[in-house]
Design a protein around this ligand. Sequence first.
Ligand SMILES: Nc1ncnc2c1ncn2[C@@H]1O[C@H](COP(=O)(O)OP(=O)(O)OP(=O)(O)O)[C@@H](O)[C@H]1O
Ligand SMILES: [Mg+2]
Length: 370
Amino acid sequence: MRLRRVELNDSVLDGVAVGTMTRPSSSRLSGEISLSVPPDEVVFGRSEVMRVVRQKLDKVAGANIPVLIEGESGTGKEIIAKLIHVRSPWDTGPFVKVNCPAIPGTLVESELFGYEKGAFTGANGTKPGRVESAQNGTLFLDEIAELEMGLQAKLLQLLQDGQFCPIGAQEDKRVDVRVVCATNRNLEEEIEQGSFRQDLYYRINVVNIHVPSLRERVVDIPVICDFLRQVYSEKFNRPTRPLSARRLDMMQRYHWPGNIRELENLIKRYVILGSEDAITVELSGGNTSSFIPDIPISGSISLKKVTRQAMREFESKIILKILQTHNWNRKRAASALNISYRALLYKLKEAGVPARKVAGSPQSPELGND
Ligand SMILES: Nc1ncnc2c1ncn2[C@@H]1O[C@H](COP(=O)(O)OP(=O)(O)OP(=O)(O)O)[C@@H](O)[C@H]1O
Ligand SMILES: [Mg+2]
């Protein structure tokens, strides 16, 4: 399998990457491996659901229209955003990622839109924001649902007429950028709850790409595993054997709440520990029967309903286990699960777990330690 390398110069702020992505000539590829953008056969696999994603991506990459990438955490949304960039006419420009929740609230506006000298105490010079840095390239707004309402209005202006106003500036600035947004939340629900602007939603959602969860594309697990195994074998300098058919079968029956990111972590452990046992123990939680949901064996059942219920139960078990590990600190648990804090609260609510300890109830976890 040929591994393509995409350069991405990470920058300053945690979770924010700025860089120019290039597709180097194949002569520069030898020996160089990067996870930035895996080869097409790994990104898309051979599942029908990913064939649809690929078709859409190929159609929209060339046109300057905003794209909204939706999907659960860890499904590969950022990889799809990078692919849109490298296949677009803006590929010679920078790919600027803004991880909205990673920037402290008070800094978001200045990081995004920049400021003029004297705009506020400490603004000793003019500083361009991420929007301006993305000139002639792609601005990737990750976790867009986390952007607060005031900034949503500024973003709307940028999408409407390509203009924005740095903090303290007298005049608007104009940029030519391609905007791609991603979210693992349901924006329509956010609109209903009043935390996301409907007009902005229509602007960013001109084309919508839904990245399926890993459990919806289990046929792709072997090729992704093999790619990740090669990458990490090389990175950690630990030769490994391809995974056995039995292990792959087990992996294809697992629920993957953390999607490809969880798979990646599992493969890293396999490479480092050098034993498939690490996979078996991890996936079965020490008990392989936990794979079979508790369903009535006689009469008719709704497969969809039973599967959804089993998935929810399984997800709740994992969340509770992680919460326990982190002494019921929800912020740390959310970070360990690679989901946002708000997503964790939502899932806890869905699972009926009380937000605070219920007095006198020994079963209720003591939450609210964050
Ligand atoms: N097809 C793939 N093959 C190999 N690795 C992949 C693939 N898709 C994603 N990954 C890896 O899985 C991890 C998660 O991918 P990515 O960050 O793109 O997901 P995401 O949907 O943006 O996640 P989040 O919602 O948590 O931000 C990354 O380390 C990425 O390199
Ligand atoms: Mg992401």
